[in-house]
Design a protein around this ligand. Structure first.
Ligand code: FES
Length: 567
């Protein structure tokens, strides 16, 4: 770890000196009631807050920020909270993913533009964690993440419920008439019982856990429930620590190295993390010029045991994960697979931190000697349907479908799927492979979480709960099923998924990591030559910038001009 304790504070470039603007900046800041000694070489710590009432998952971050401020002040720093846009997963249309890069730009440019020496990143809901890590990586000032924590477990009629996963299952019961309107209304009231992100190992819990595994949070931060008093305590400790990090000049680029990303991917596989982690980790690494590839995920998946028995791939909820020991307990089990020497925000190595992990419930966090599955939770597929890769979460899939050949039934777009999915005469059966086009980064646009095509009514009525589904969309981390995602290149830019026809035969072979359209190459080429590109969704504004610059799923869907410039 580098340490340059005598380095002048960056904030002094704004406040020190006898020229007019230094004077004016001091005067303007003192309008907030600060005394004159606030400028006496004290580290200025930005608290980058994604609080919003339009983002229920982050709606408590105002209180978390107060605790951070206590910690910063206690160590002689000056805390200054600032807002960025917040991405509320449930409420943004067409998808919060369209705006992840905008939030990352907001975070980066605020850190860069303001008189800050270090920053505390407050996040939680799905895209807010990767967006803040991307922005902080590019700005590369000392930074520490404080996550908002998962919401309390839901409970309905004495039955534990995890927002996201169980909501989807219960809604399928409602669709098929097995739950009444009154029962659904009751469930609405007890599914999401508090602020905090979804209570399963969805994208939010995955990304907050991976922020910890990367070394960007204090140990144990990720899984403390949002309303738990320990959430505020760790926020205060993080506030204290960021002041020390400024004095040590410990930056994200020193923490988020290639080895740290490999540790994070190892943790991702062990917790059965969301498939979205692939896209987000690639994007964060891209900001730092760290060479990360889809193949890294697959190689690490094959050697990493799946340990965390949390929904949607397991049985329990995030509160149970916390009580069982959380990320530190997982990291302890993973020690032989980790790069132990990676430095973390607390100044210790990930190995030193992991040594302190303890598991209190081996049913929830399995020992490496008795995993839920010998391999990790994400597999990367290649083949003529996904020349640049596709992703599947085998741990959330039906084992009997992991090797499957069937005839395609094609939805040309999401609207067609929506219109047809409940038709009583939809011509499909349990062997059908459902294909949906036009849902990739440019196609939908924004790469929405539409990949878990709802189970067709005609199959649910026969008691069939899963079929193979393939698209270029993403899938919510709270979802489940034999769902192939992120097929790249996407159909909207001429990828082979765009030329699949109903009746074509498709083979999924997860063990061989293959996704194959069983149609002769010449025929695929002929269809591609006839393929007509769809009209772009946007002609102006941020949407146009997104369409012009977003990269494909296998590169992380960042904007090409935001990735680190290779020397
Ligand atoms: Fe915010 Fe699920 S909706 S994490």
């Amino acid at each position: 770890m580098s340490s340059t304790p005598n380095k002048p504070l960056r904030s002094q470039q704004w406040f020190r000196g006898k020229e007019y603007y230094a004077f004016a900046r001091r005067a303007w800041l003192r309008s907030e009631g600060f005394p004159a000694d606030v400028f006496d070489n004290k580290p200025v710590i930005g608290i980058c807050n994604s609080w919003s009432e339009l983002n229920n998952c982050n709606a408590h971050l105002d209180k978390v920020a107060e605790s951070v401020k206590r910690g910063v002040t206690a160590m002689g720093g000056v805390p200054l909270e600032f807002p960025t846009i917040s991405l509320g997963e449930m409420f943004m249309k067409p998808t919060s993913m369209l705006l992840r890069n905008l939030m990352a730009m907001d975070v980066e440019e605020c850190i860069r533009a303001y008189p800050l020496d270090g920053v505390v990143l407050l996040c939680g809901c799905d895209k807010t964690t990767p967006a803040q890590l991307m922005g902080a990586a590019s700005a590369d000032l000392p930074a520490i993440v404080v996550t908002g924590g998962p919401m309390l477990s839901g409970n309905w009629q004495n039955r534990p419920l995890g927002a996201g996963t169980d909501g989807r299952k219960l809604f399928d019961l409602y669709r098929t008439g097995k739950l009444s309107d009154e029962e659904l209304c009751e469930i609405e009231g007890c599914l999401a019982r508090s602020a905090g992100h979804c209570a399963v190992m969805g994208t939010a819990s995955t990304m907050t856990s991976l922020a910890e595994a990367l070394g960007m949070t204090l140990p144990g931060c990720a899984s403390i429930p949002a309303p738990d008093s320990r959430r505020l305590a760790i926020a205060e400790l993080s506030g204290r620590r960021i002041v020390e990090m400024v004095r040590e000049d410990l930056k994200p680029s020193q923490i988020m190295t290639k080895a740290a990303f490999e540790n994070a991917i190892t943790a991702d596989m062990a917790i059965g993390g969301s498939t979205n982690a692939v896209v987000h980790l690639l994007a964060i690494a891209g900001r730092l010029g760290v060479p990360l590839h889809l193949n890294d995920f697959d190689a690490i998946s094959r050697r990493t045991p799946f340990l965390a028995n949390i929904k949607p791939s397991g049985q329990f909820l995030m509160e149970d994960f916390f009580h069982a020991g959380g990320v530190p307990a997982v990291m302890k089990e993973l020690l032989p697979l980790l790069h132990r020497d990676c430095i973390t925000v607390n100044g210790k190595t990930i190995g030193e931190n992991a040594e302190l992990g303890k598991c209190f419930n081996p049913e929830v966090i399995r020992p490496a000697s008795n995993p839920l599955h010998p391999e990790g939770g994400t597999a990367i597929l290649y083949g003529n349907l996904a020349p640049d890769g596709a992703v599947i979460k085998p741990t959330a899939a039906s084992p009997h479908l992991l090797q499957h050949t069937g005839k395609a039934y094609v939805f040309e777009n999401h609207q067609q799927m929506y219109d047809e999915i409940d038709l009583p005469d939809l011509p499909i059966d349990e062997n059908t492979v459902l294909v949906m086009k036009g849902c990739g980064p440019k196609g939908a646009p924004g790469f929405p979480e539409w990949g878990q095509i709802p189970m067709p009514r005609v199959l649910l009525d026969k008691g069939i709960n899963d079929v193979v589904r393939i698209s270029d969309a993403r899938m919510s981390g709270t979802s489940f099923g034999t769902v192939v995602l992120h097929s790249a290149p996407e159909s909207a830019i001429g990828g082979p998924l765009g030329v699949v026809k109903t009746g074509d035969e498709i083979t999924l072979d997860v063990a061989a990591r293959k996704l194959t359209l069983n149609v002769p190459d010449e025929e695929i080429k002929r269809r591609q030559a006839e393929w007509v590109a769809p009209k772009p969704h946007y002609q102006r504004g941020y949407g146009k910038m997104f369409l012009d610059h977003v990269t494909q799923a296998n590169l992380g869907c960042d904007f090409d001009f935001l990735m680190a410039i290779k020397e």
